[in-house]
Design a protein around this ligand. Structure first.
Ligand code: BTN
Length: 264
């Protein structure tokens, strides 16, 4: 029998999740959620862990979850027919929920397209969405979210590709992890109701980091271009303006760093 941390059950009860599992240590909450999804987990089921031995991020990168300091969670979500054409929005879903929780603490945050949450240009959280397929169709999504909650969650600078921060650093107070978790999950339930609507896209664009700024963008080919971020489109693609003034829609790639001129 696994010991459930004090306060976790009482924070999760009002959310009426169909089911949830807590582990002191897992390889990756996404691994367990994918396995559970294959075994018939219901929409909205949650996997939560105190630490991960093989936490992963986008492009096979490592995600560090320091015990007792962070949130590492994966939600199993079965897209409805309305949501199916808009799957990239599931990456923005937990990001917007976290941003709304942070705003409730007076901490403004933004989405670095496609999957990072930033506060003052530093990464506070990352999202990794993975899928289960049936024949050639996605049947279930696993929406993974890792949040640096208290200061100990921030990995050493030598392990970082991008500057990092934690909720405690930005808020200036220790944070109750289960309180924050419940607020985020509530936000996910709230934003999911709007996922197919224009207002979801508006919320995403409102919180888009580096909008109107010149940045360096690494294309999936590896080529790095200078471009200005315009907006996120209905289908989740990022609209960039190239140096030559041409509009360019990208489905993948990475904002590498702020172009020095963009810092003015
Ligand atoms: C990224 O920054 O590229 C995404 C990081 C996503 C980390 C979360 S932690 C919970 C879930 N389990 C994982 O192994 N990854 C995600």
């Amino acid at each position: 029998m696994r010991a459930i941390p004090k306060g976790l059950s009482s924070h999760l009860a009002p959310l009426n999740l169909p089911a949830w599992q807590y582990y002191p240590e897992v390889t990756s909450t996404n691994d367990l959620a994918l396995a559970w999804a294959r075994n018939g987990a219901e929409d909205g089921s949650l996997v939560l862990a105190d630490t991960q031995t093989s936490g992963r991020g986008r492009d096979g990168r490592r995600w560090v979850t320091v015990p007792g300091t962070a949130l590492a969670l994966s939600l199993i979500l079965q897209p409805t027919p309305d949501e199916m054409p808009l799957l990239p929005r599931f990456t923005a879903l937990p990001a917007l929920a976290l941003i709304s929780a942070l705003e409730g603490l007076g901490v403004p945050a933004q989405i670095k397209w496609p999957n990072d949450v930033l506060v003052q240009g530093r990464k506070i959280a990352g999202v990794l969405v993975e899928a289960e397929w049936q024949q050639d169709q996605i049947s279930v999504l696993v929406v993974g979210l890792g949040v640096n909650v208290n200061n100990g969650a921030i990995p050493p600078a030598s392990k970082l590709r991008f500057p990092a921060t934690a909720v405690e650093t930005e808020w200036g107070q220790k944070v109750d992890r289960w309180d924050l978790l419940a607020t985020i999950l509530h936000g996910i339930q709230h934003y999911r109701a709007y996922l197919p609507s224009e207002s979801f896209l508006m919320a995403w664009n409102k919180h888009l980091a580096f909008k109107g700024q010149e940045i360096l963008f690494r294309l999936p080919t590896g080529k790095v271009i200078t471009a200005t971020i315009q907006s996120v489109c209905t289908d989740g693609r990022l609209n960039l303006m190239t140096e030559k003034g041409k509009s360019m829609m990208v489905t993948a790639g990475e904002i590498e760093m702020i172009h020095p001129q963009g810092l003015d």
